[in-house]
Design a protein around this ligand. Structure first.
Ligand SMILES: [Zn+2]
Ligand SMILES: [Zn+2]
Length: 136
């Protein structure tokens, strides 16, 4: 899992279109409380890149970021979202330079099954084993 890949994404209203190119660190589910609140769902499903480059096709002026500093690790997570429609787009962390986690649901290409689950202690019991079908 170290190939360089590109994934494009757009928000609900279409004001934001981006492409992230970088080394593929695969997809994760995160069950932490901050991700639940930020996505409004039971978990965040993110595709992670390192050595990532972000290209805006449109909407750089529309994207806003929230510096989420109440994380367990104490590292500030910058949550980027479309300020027109509110779609969460991607996360950056200053603790890991050139790291980008792209929200899987906004990716235009085939969606990637998560290989890792973060904060399993906060996973709801009715969510099944989401990594069992992964082949590495
Ligand atoms: Zn939008
Ligand atoms: Zn999280």
């Amino acid at each position: 899992m170290s190939a360089t890949i590109s994934r494009s994404a757009r928000c609900n209203c279409g004001d934001v279109e981006i492409t992230v190119t970088g080394v593929d660190k695969s997809a994760v589910h995160c069950y932490c409380l901050n991700c639940k609140r930020a996505t409004g769902t039971a978990f965040a499903h993110n595709h992670r890149f390192v050595k990532a480059e972000l290209q805006y096709h449109r909407g750089q002026d529309v994207v806003k970021q929230y510096a989420d500093g109440t994380t367990d690790s104490g590292n500030v997570m910058y949550r980027h979202f479309c300020s027109t429609c509110g779609s969460p787009m991607f996360l950056k962390s200053l603790a890991v330079p050139d790291f980008i986690a792209l929200h899987e649901g906004s990716i235009l290409e085939e969606k990637t099954q998560p290989t890792i689950e973060l904060y399993p202690q906060d996973k709801y019991p009715w969510i099944g084993d989401v990594t069992s079908l992964c082949h590495d």
